[in-house]
Design a protein around this ligand. Structure first.
Ligand SMILES: [Cu+2]
Length: 127
């Protein structure tokens, strides 16, 4: 068994690890990495519900007690109101207004609706 092979493998591993963190070009253009700590408009939201055209969009899954941000792109005001005991309920005025609510701590599926437009329905999953 040649030790050279092991060394080569180790070097390859190291190269992969380093390459994962360094910019690809190698010339160092100074491009900041995505997901930096520069955007802090909403307090550490785990997920965002974007309301547009009277639709809540994709279902959202978060951890127990997570902060969920809501953005309302419609001109009409909307709410995100849990059907079950209103365990969460946030009113978000229109035209790009934002709000947040705290997800329940108990895992489960939480259907919600808009009190102004009861035909609007969405689902929040906590797990
Ligand atoms: Cu609404």
């Amino acid at each position: 068994m040649k030790p050279v092979g092991r060394t080569a493998a180790a070097l390859l591993m190291t190269a992969l690890l380093v390459g994962g963190c360094a910019p690809g070009g190698g010339s160092g253009t100074g491009t900041p990495p995505p997901g930096g700590a520069s955007t802090s408009a909403v307090p550490a939201a785990a997920a965002t519900i974007t309301i547009k055209d009277f639709d809540y969009g994709e279902p959202v899954t978060v951890g127990p007690g997570a902060v969920v941000a809501v953005i309302n792109m419609d001109s009409a005001p909307h709410t995100v109101t849990a059907e079950k005991d209103k365990v969460f309920d946030v009113d978000v005025g229109g035209s790009g207004a934002t709000g947040t609510f705290t997800a329940p701590t108990e895992p489960g599926t939480y259907p919600y609706f808009c009190v102004y437009h009861p035909n609007m329905k969405g689902t929040l999953t906590v797990k």
